[in-house]
Design a protein around this ligand. Structure first.
Ligand code: PAF
Length: 283
């Protein structure tokens, strides 16, 4: 496994004639890898000849009062996980090289980036779209793999690659959960043991809504009431949003169907967690 820090070096490998017909599959991450990332890497391994993992805590997708400085990092462990998943190249650029003095270009995706996390984290998806575009230009992947836990991020990236005719296939992979239901996230590392228990209210509320929907309840008002009831039972929970949206365009809906997305963002103590489900899909 090769570790590359320089943009020019990574790009030179990606565009070298020696690449030939070899397909590059790419998993962009911010590091502190867990089993969710490992599932993306294993999928990437199957889909390409060369598997590239990037680790870059992207400063421009964090708001002023967010956790950029405290975002968990463990490069040594990340490299061990990468190696075990068959990664060929770990690309770890510096912020100084990614955003040199004078950097002033950004990518904005409009409507689909506005609700949900776009509303509570203004500018977040501009930062994501910009860094993913840069990474695609550097790594030149044929296929890129993203997790569906960041459902809106995946929708934004699909829209962007379509709108801008980027020749990259985007693959979304299912949420990976701990045995008790908590969606895996690097930010789970912030939770105290008591908060870790409290965090289960997100998956519990998803489970309850899915049960009701499976039993024939289609009224979003009723489903919402139940979701709220479950979360509000948890004293540590502070709701950012709970929303039911069309799973493709992210429009608001009042009657649920199989493609309806339930998306939640809830603070447990100081830690903001997100989770989601599409009601008609396997959980
Ligand atoms: O999902 C993430 O880890 C990040 O948002 C991404 C896609 C690597 C861009 O920084």
């Amino acid at each position: 496994m090769q570790i590359i820090n320089s943009i020019i070096h990574m790009q030179a490998l990606a565009i070298a004639p020696e690449r030939g017909e070899r397909r590059i599959s790419f998993v962009p991450t911010m590091g502190f890898l867990h089993e969710g990332h490992a599932s993306l890497l294993r999928e990437g391994r199957k889909r390409g000849d060369v598997l590239v993992l990037s680790i870059f805590v992207n400063p421009i997708q964090f708001g002023q009062n967010e956790d950029l400085d405290s975002y968990p990092r463990n490069m040594e462990r990340d490299c061990q996980i990468a190696e075990a998943c068959g990664v060929d190249i770990v690309f770890i650029p510096s912020a100084a090289e990614m955003y040199p003095h004078g950097f002033q270009t950004g990518v904005t995706v409009r409507d689909i980036a506005l609700p949900l996390c776009g509303a509570s984290r203004p500018g977040h998806f501009d930062g994501v779209a910009t860094v993913v575009t840069k990474l695609f230009n550097i790594v030149r992947p044929d296929v890129a793999i993203f997790g569906r836990k960041d459902y809106q991020q995946l929708a934004v990236i699909r829209r962007m690659t379509g709108d801008l005719n980027m020749p990259v296939e985007i693959v979304g992979m299912p949420i990976v959960r701990e045995v008790d239901g908590l969606a895996m996230s690097s930010r789970n590392a912030y939770l105290t043991p008591v908060e870790r228990q409290g965090a289960l209210c997100l998956s519990r509320s998803i489970k309850r809504v899915r049960e009701l929907f499976a039993g024939g309840e289609l009224s979003v008002a009723v489903l919402m009431e139940e979701a709220l009831t479950v979360i509000k039972r948890e004293s540590l929970a502070d709701i950012d949003y709970i929303e039911f949206r069309d799973g493709t365009l992210l429009h608001e809906v009042t009657i649920a169907d199989g493609s309806t997305l339930l998306a939640l963002a809830v603070k447990i103590g100081q830690t903001r967690l997100i989770d989601n489900t599409v009601l008609g899909e396997e959980s």
